[in-house]
Design a protein around this ligand. Structure first.
Ligand code: NAP
Ligand code: F7E
Length: 344
């Protein structure tokens, strides 16, 4: 019989792609579904895998619920992907974010610990823990310096994962993942915000795009490659921590330019600070404006990861590079805007 996996956050970008990956590997896939106003199974639907997954009502804030779900499923592997994952919102919701992203992970670890099972555990850690980066590129040994309530909460969850491994022998691994995107990325994140807005502008359905800090730089990869790395981590004989990244960094401006090129626009920047605008050189049309409402109280200026440990020890490889990523996201949003069915 195939292995059984439980994926928290299965309705999110990574959860949906990981579920698809695990189904292809023959897993019995179970997922946690949050009971909020709108049931967000759109991504699982889009991938055509909704009916192949067993969903359980699941809430990381509710200890007894976590206990019952794990007792029922008795999984071989748990992937803890559930989180309030938007950095910007974490400044407005710091206590909630700490509860879900920080203590929530510890609730799960406590349940695994008390179940005395041999279950393997994956924690979705993040490059946001490096924040004001203390060295470049960032590896598993680079000191952390988080710059947001999200980063602080995730650091608590990361160290809890390490601590439960070292204290109780849990087979708990932490994946320190740099930004990874796809056609299933949430609309609030800058990459998807850009590709969706440009598709709308090209279709005559939006005037222009408002962004915040154009100078931030990120190490962007393709989420499909990263979910494979999560699984590879849990197949190792020893639990450990691994960075997944591309080692190449781009600014928001670079992403805007690449997405604009897809639409045949040639962006020229003009002005400074909040007066800066991005204009299409050929038509003089203003496509980008700055809205300081999208600035963050503390910014992570530049991230660049060193994936060499994962490449060496897991044999982790990537199939999609930056240009391919931008194109696949632009193509997908053009199709969605054309179909008028952009549900996420
Ligand atoms: P995402 O699209 O925002 O998905 C988050 C998932 O968590 C959703 O399924 C959401 O359910 C669920 N969730 C939120 N609060 C919950 C709660 N209180 N109880 C149970 N479930 C809850 O995030 P993602 O991009 O797939 O990222 C997956 C994980 O990796 C997250 O932990 C994120 O912080 C981390 N991470 C992401 C990146 C990246 O670049 N994508 C990089 C490093 C780490 P609903 O559908 O009901 O909202
Ligand atoms: O911002 C800047 C913004 O929200 C990237 C999450 O998956 O990756 C993600 O966190 C950068 C920041 O992602 C806008 O200031 C400019 O510097 O797409 P983002 P993030 O904050 O890097 C990490 C690894 C995670 O773990 C998180 O869960 O872009 N930026 N203008 C903007 N960002 C947004 N969202 N919107 C703007 O208009």
């Amino acid at each position: 019989m195939g292995k059984c996996a439980f994926v928290t956050g299965i309705t999110g970008q990574d959860g949906a792609l990981l579920a698809q990956f695990l189904l292809e590997k023959g897993y019995d896939v179970h997922g946690g579904l949050r009971r909020i106003g709108v049931i967000g199974t759109g991504r699982l639907d889009e991938l055509g895998i909704l009916d192949q997954i067993t969903l359980h009502d699941f809430e990381l804030l509710e200890m007894t619920n976590i206990q019952r779900v794990i007792d029922t499923i008795k999984p071989d592997e748990i992937y803890n992907l559930a989180a309030q994952s938007f950095v910007g919102a974490s400044f407005e919701l710091p206590i909630y974010t700490a509860d879900v992203d920080g203590i929530g992970a510890m609730r799960l670890l406590e349940v695994v610990r008390s179940s005395a099972s041999d279950c393997r555990f994956y924690q979705a850690s993040t490059s946001e823990m490096y924040g004001k980066a203390q060295a470049t590129p960032q590896s598993e040994t680079t000191p952390f310096y988080p710059r947001s309530p999200y980063g602080v909460a995730k650091l608590f969850a990361h160290w809890s994962t390490v601590n439960y491994r070292e204290s109780y022998g849990l087979r708990a691994s932490s994946g320190i993942l740099f930004n990874h995107e796809s056609h299933l990325r949430g609309r609030e994140f800058v990459t998807r915000k850009i590709t969706l807005a440009f598709a709308q502008i090209a279709a005559g359905k939006q005037e222009c795009l408002e962004l915040g800090n154009l100078d931030a730089q990120r190490d962007w990869g393709y989420a499909g490659d990263y979910v494979k790395g999560m699984w590879q981590m849990l197949q190792q004989p020893q639990a450990d921590d691994f960075v997944l990244a591309t080692g190449i960094t781009h600014s928001i401006r670079d992403f805007v330019k690449a997405a604009a090129t897809f639409h045949g626009w040639d962006i020229q920047w003009s002005g400074e600070g909040i007066e800066e605008i991005g204009i299409d050189r050929k038509t003089d049309r203003v496509l980008i404006r700055i809205n300081p409402g999208f600035y963050r109280p503390a910014e992570v200026d530049i991230l660049c990861g060193d994936p060499s440990k994962a490449e060496r020890e897991l044999g982790w490889t990537r199939d999609v590079e930056f240009q391919g990523l931008v194109e696949l996201m632009c193509e997908s949003d053009c199709r969605r805007v054309g179909r008028k069915t952009s549900s996420f």
